[in-house]
Write a protein that binds this ligand. Structure first.
Ligand SMILES: NC(=O)c1ccc[n+]([C@@H]2O[C@H](COP(=O)([O-])OP(=O)(O)OC[C@H]3O[C@@H](n4cnc5c(N)ncnc54)[C@H](OP(=O)(O)O)[C@@H]3O)[C@@H](O)[C@H]2O)c1
Length: 222
């Protein structure tokens, strides 16, 4: 399966590209936004890369970069660097990738969104409100896109080693009464699990946080 990773140079993106590269049956395509990043992926990691800045490219340019992929993963993000980029990357960048998938007939898409994005009471009174508004809107567009989507809602991301265990869906509350976190490596591993298990993950929004449920058991609960 050829998987285009939008945001490949990011921290989740790099875990994912390396994981897919060493997994039988997967070929990653790294979508990056600088020549240095393209050279790093192609020469050091031996991963095919496309130099395509999502915010600076049209839907057709993005579609041509993604064309031929069996699936697309959105794990790009503005990283909190300015309100403008919340619009141009987290919102419109995601929408352009969705449109490109529709237009270029790539039906499978996995979108990394954010925990409880649909629940305003979870994030309205936080500094993350603008970011969450963008994530919630992108999720809503994807749900009505006709694509075979999986939306992942990770908690606050950490850089520790993967734990391999997730919180059961009923352990995550819709109000922000506790904080939820997950390692980026766990998110990358779950993206691969989602690609391998469309029967369990298609047309679903899945909250991801550290917990005590092994991933194979978690899959039975979603
Ligand atoms: N941080 C959290 O706690 C948290 C929680 C929940 C969900 N998330 C979401 O999880 C996902 C992955 O997070 P992360 O920590 O891995 O993010 P990250 O390390 O900040 O990586 C984001 C990537 O997106 C790329 N990007 C930004 N603008 C782009 C553009 N115009 N065109 C192409 N690529 C572009 C960045 O490129 P450069 O490398 O050139 O900067 C970077 O590689 C994001 O969607 C994020 O919103 C984050």
């Amino acid at each position: 399966m050829k998987v285009a990773v939008v945001g490949a140079n990011g921290r989740v993106g790099q875990h994912l590209c390396k994981l897919l590269k060493k997994s039988a049956g997967f070929t990653p395509l790294a979508i990056v936004r600088s020549e240095e990043q393209r050279a790093y992926f192609e020469h050091e990691l031996q991963i095919q890369a496309s130099l395509t800045s999502i915010e600076d490219s049209s839907v057709d340019q993005i579609g041509k970069a993604l064309e031929g992929s069996d699936a697309v993963v959105w794990t790009a993000g503005a990283g909190g660097k300015g309100q403008d980029r919340i619009f141009t990357v987290d919102l419109d960048g995601a929408l352009k990738v969705i449109e490109a998938c529709q237009k270029y007939k790539i039906s499978r898409i996995i979108m990394v969104s954010a925990i409880k994005a649909e629940s305003r009471e979870f994030w309205w009174n936080t500094a993350l409100k603008p970011y969450y508004i963008a994530k919630r809107a992108a999720d809503a567009v994807l749900r009505s896109s006709g694509l075979n989507y999986t939306i992942l809602h990770p908690g606050s991301l950490g850089d520790g080693p993967a734990k391999g265990k997730l919180a059961a869906p009923d352990q995550i509350e819709s109000k922000r009464t506790s904080s939820y976190s997950i390692e980026r490596e766990d998110v990358a591993q779950f993206i691969q699990v989602a690609l391998e298990n469309p029967d369990k993950t298609l047309q679903k929004t899945i909250e991801l946080a550290n917990g005590d449920v092994p991933v194979k058991d978690f899959l039975q609960k979603i």
